[in-house]
Design a protein around this ligand. Structure first.
Ligand code: NI
Ligand code: MN
Length: 233
């Protein structure tokens, strides 16, 4: 599996058989993403919740890529279907399989609305995603979330991800200390911080997160990803 950070919470995960998945495709207005929406051609987009820094450019990307499938919560999928986007709505705990990759929606403690619409419509519950690749490699993308105990009892003990991608920005999500506690509960082999430094309000030092992970979860490696660099697992 190849992993690439596109800045903020946007990640590209490509399976060994070439299934190209983008999580939270915030591209055009993402200050941390140097790409243009026309540069990306995923097979699957997964959206954790309705906020504009996660929903991003999904509609435009879907128009450019007619075979694209969007996996998101039920309410956002209804909205996307009305926009003519091919979308599958699932809910917390559900798993679907696309080609060789299993995609499961799990919990997040946050909110979800279409904040770019003047009426701020309800957009279902916020979620996270667990991806299981063909060689049983499991990647957890937490979306936006605060710390919650099911990170230990459900995500850590039941699903056991190998790689966890966690927000550290504070203000809207966990801060580095809380994310290091989440790391010790989830107990992955590798943790990757996200949702920091893309905006002034979420300025954080990822090295501080790395130090806190070293003290609370010494067996876990912290990967401070560089935007657009490809990491192979
Ligand atoms: Ni959010
Ligand atoms: Mn966010």
């Amino acid at each position: 599996m190849k992993l690439k950070w596109l800045g903020h919470s946007a990640f590209e995960l490509v399976s060994d058989n070439g299934l190209d998945i983008i999580v939270d495709p915030f591209i055009q207005a993402n200050p941390a993403c140097p790409l243009n929406v026309n540069d990306i051609h995923p097979d699957v987009i997964c959206i954790t919740h309705g906020h504009s820094d996660h929903f991003g450019d999904v509609v435009e990307i879907a128009r450019n890529n007619p075979n694209l499938v969007v996996v998101t919560n039920y309410e956002i999928s209804i909205h996307l279907q009305r926009e003519g986007v091919n979308s599958v709505g699932i809910n917390c705990g559900a798993e679907i399989t696309i080609n060789d990759v299993k995609i499961r929606m799990l919990d997040a403690k946050h909110s979800s609305s279409l904040d770019f619409d003047i009426n701020i419509p309800y957009a279902g519950n916020p979620g996270s995603f667990l991806f299981t690749f063909e060689n049983d490699l499991k990647v957890f993308h937490a979306g936006d979330t605060g710390l919650f105990s099911d990170m230990k009892f459900v995500i850590g003990e039941v699903y056991k991800p190998d790689i966890a991608i966690l927000p550290i920005g504070n203000i809207f999500t966990m801060n580095p200390t809380e994310a290091s506690i989440a790391t010790s509960w989830i107990s992955p082999k590798v943790v990757i911080p996200m949702h920091y430094n893309s905006f002034p309000s979420i300025r954080q030092d990822p090295d501080e997160f790395k130090r806190e992970v070293e003290s609370r979860a010494p067996d876990c490696e912290t990967l401070i990803a560089e935007v657009l660099r490809t990491y192979e697992f």
